[in-house]
Write a protein that binds this ligand. Structure first.
Ligand code: PHE
Length: 339
């Protein structure tokens, strides 16, 4: 009898299965209710006393060998099934990696920068917290000038000389103070105005302003530059310049592009005229050049400024400026871009 058990131990130890079903059959054969192991246990009472110890040990060895074998094979087959089945490849990352997207304001800003850098403009930046000189006085807006009211300024309460810049023209003042012509620079940045927040306006927004100063720069140069820009940016080649007023430019103009009247949206956004205002511009006032250390008898130049949000709203047909600042992922993830 003992020899028979030892034979089974060897069989169990060498057992191999090719699938889960074979393992289960093997388990029933040895460890099941009517399996070999229970049969041997049943024999136990008939074994002579002096052999009981050796017999008992042999059955126990058979039992543990069979249990270990079943556990090992089961693991192997179930593991393999998980790998190919429900869990897929266990070595893959647990969650898909979400690719972020650039903010629409950055996309449009980068497009504007690229268009102007292609014709030789560099990028200049300056502080958001400005002093009165760079935001107003140097730009031909002395104290008590009524045009200061147009700008709805946020002042730092403890010091009326310090404010949040209302336009990036302040950066151009800094640039002129530190560089002599020829100057070709654009100044993108965040600006602040104390305005009621609505679908159309916000107290924080972004601008790109441009400045070109050299000998013999004329209004015709300004117009051609703007035409080049609107063609590149919007694919539109009809613009019109309407007389306007800015303290720092003379003459000054508002730039409209002909958007067209093809769709209902075109009617709505152009108020039925087909024309859309996109920026302000003008020839830099000689006083501004003088204030910034540039000789106006030798040099002349033009400047222009536009709101990035406004252009992004046009390009992407966004109806509410507040969406840019809410950081709603459902809004942001629609803007995938390489620029
Ligand atoms: N600085 C003006 C604004 O903030 C825009 C502008 C810039 C107009 C340059 C003319 C020339 O609205």
């Amino acid at each position: 009898m003992i020899d028979k058990i030892k034979e089974h131990i060897a069989i169990v130890a060498g057992f191999q299965a090719s699938n889960k079903e074979e393992v289960e059959a093997f388990r029933i054969k040895y460890l099941g209710k009517k399996g070999f192991l229970n049969q041997f246990f049943a024999e136990f009472k008939n074994v002579p006393n002096d052999e009981k110890k050796e017999f008992g040990q042999a059955i126990n060895t058979l039992k543990t060998t069979a249990q270990e074998k079943v556990a090992l094979l089961k693991d192997a087959f179930e593991g393999a099934q998980e790998e190919n089945g429900v869990y897929g490849d266990l070595s893959r990352p647990s969650e898909p990696v979400e690719i972020g997207s650039r903010h629409p304001i950055s996309i449009v800003k980068n497009q504007i920068i690229e268009i102007f850098s292609n014709i030789g403009f560099n990028v200049s930046e300056g502080p958001e917290i400005e002093d009165d000189w760079h935001n107003f006085t140097a730009l031909n807006l002395p104290e008590y000038h009524p045009a200061r009211d147009m700008q709805d300024t946020f002042f730092i309460q403890t010091d009326p000389d310090i404010l949040l810049r209302t336009h990036t023209s302040s950066v151009q003042v800094r640039y002129m103070e530190n560089n002599q012509p020829p100057i070709r620079t654009i100044s993108p940045g965040r600006v602040f105005r104390n305005e009621a927040i609505s679908a159309r306006s916000h107290c924080i927004f972004h601008q790109v302003e441009g400045l070109y100063i050299d000998k013999d720069v004329s209004f015709a140069d300004l117009k051609q530059t703007l035409l080049y820009f609107t063609k590149q940016m919007f694919g539109k080649s009809r613009i019109r310049l309407r007389p306007s007023y800015f303290p720092f430019t003379e003459p000054s103009a508002e730039v409209d592009i002909y958007w067209g009247l093809e769709t209902e949206t075109d009617y709505r956004i152009t108020k039925g005229t087909g024309w859309l205002e996109i920026m302000g511009c003008g020839m830099v006032d000689p006083n501004v050049l003088k204030n910034c250390g540039i000789d106006p008898t030798e040099y002349s130049g033009f400047a222009f400024g536009m709101g990035i949000e406004r252009i992004a709203m046009l390009l992407y047909q966004i109806g509410d400026i507040r969406m840019f600042y809410e950081n709603d992922i459902r809004f942001l993830e629609q803007f995938k871009s390489t620029i």
